[in-house]
Design a protein around this ligand. Sequence first.
Ligand code: GDP
Length: 437
Amino acid sequence: MAKPIVTIVGRQNVGKSTLLNRLAGRRISIVEDLPGTTRDRIMFDVDWQGREFTVIDTGGIETITKTSIARDVNDQIDEGIAAANLILFLVDARAGLLPDDIEIANRLRKTGRPVLVAANKAESNRVEAEALEFHRLGFGEPMAISAYHGRGVAELLEKIVSLLPEEKPEAADSREVIKVAIVGKPNVGKSTLLNVLIGEERVIVDDVPGTTRDAIDTQIDYEGRSLLLIDTAGIKRRGKIEAGVEKYSVIRSEEAIERADIALLVLDTSAPVAAQDTHVGGYIQQAVKGIIIVANKWDLTYSLDKAQYIKYIRGEFRFLPYAPVVFTSAKTGEGIKDVLPELIKVYQERMKRLSTSKVNDVIRQAVATHELPHKAGKRLKVLYATQADVNPPTFVFSVNEAKLVHFTYRRYLENKLRQAFGFSGTPIKLIFRSRAA
Ligand code: GDP
């Protein structure tokens, strides 16, 4: 299940950055500067006593009552608000209730989302008492906090968590449902592909910005297996939003990837591979998810040779040499029949379980035929290896000193495992444990 989202809204200078930093602590995750996004930190995850949620910062709404707010700033605010399970409306207890606050409150009320008011800068009891005037905003009792001193922040987190939707544990047999995320830049054909895969025009079109934004998964059955296409509502929306708000769709697709077993990374073959494509590919790899590159719009690109295009893809996605490439035209239907079988194949690769003796045969040979790394007179010893888990395939190596394993050697071992066992379409995880001497 996707992490709930808390969106922070407020005028500038109410202390939003201070609160963000306090909430983020050291667990901040930076959204990198993709094309069409700003460099600002806009989201991070918070773990409060085991409950996780994502915080989105909309930036300050200073001039809301005045003219000339850049349109896309407004859109970003709307997108951030629409994505929220809870809106945290930050006001300034020392400044008191201002017309801008009332304006913002009216705007928030229209969204129908739950709103929690926090009155910041309530450092003294007097100010804390005055914070009560924010009752008039109509969102229930305001919480008095001091982001700077940390006062009331624990209570605030407590309250936030209590207002978030309950986490539903995934069904016990969820492993048997193959969870798939369809990701890629806008306009590459994700929605079209989704529709052909679903086999009907059963889509949740939502043209009104800022209305329903809840994840909608679609289940399809294929040859006795169930595939769950994740957050298809998000896919439907993505082509329709403008560049400035693209970052929220990036958040959405990252969340979809987190929940998935396998991601279909859709590319438009009529355009060159862009930084955003490789960024998403990198994210899928880091999340240790399966990946299939869907080379779509092939009907526009017939003049290219498939082998040549694959070579080009391999060059652009050097870190994904194991990703199968499927050529499709979501428009004409060509190649679509290959997508689901490839998904099943990759899933089987991810679920493959090897006996410890097979793994050790391969590793023993690998270790014997390549110089072992050493440092300061110490040489790596690989004692044994075993497959500890599936989906993703995870191998644990017992070694004398894990520090001695560097990147090139790790890659060497990974290649040996792949040569012997395949694992097409999935990253594999190698864990090195030092055995106490
Ligand atoms: P999304 O933003 O990734 O969901 O992209 P859409 O599915 O909305 O597709 C964007 C545009 O590309 C639409 O006009 C589609 O009709 C078109 N399109 C999608 N797939 C193909 C394809 O394989 N070939 C061609 N020629 N056009 C396609």
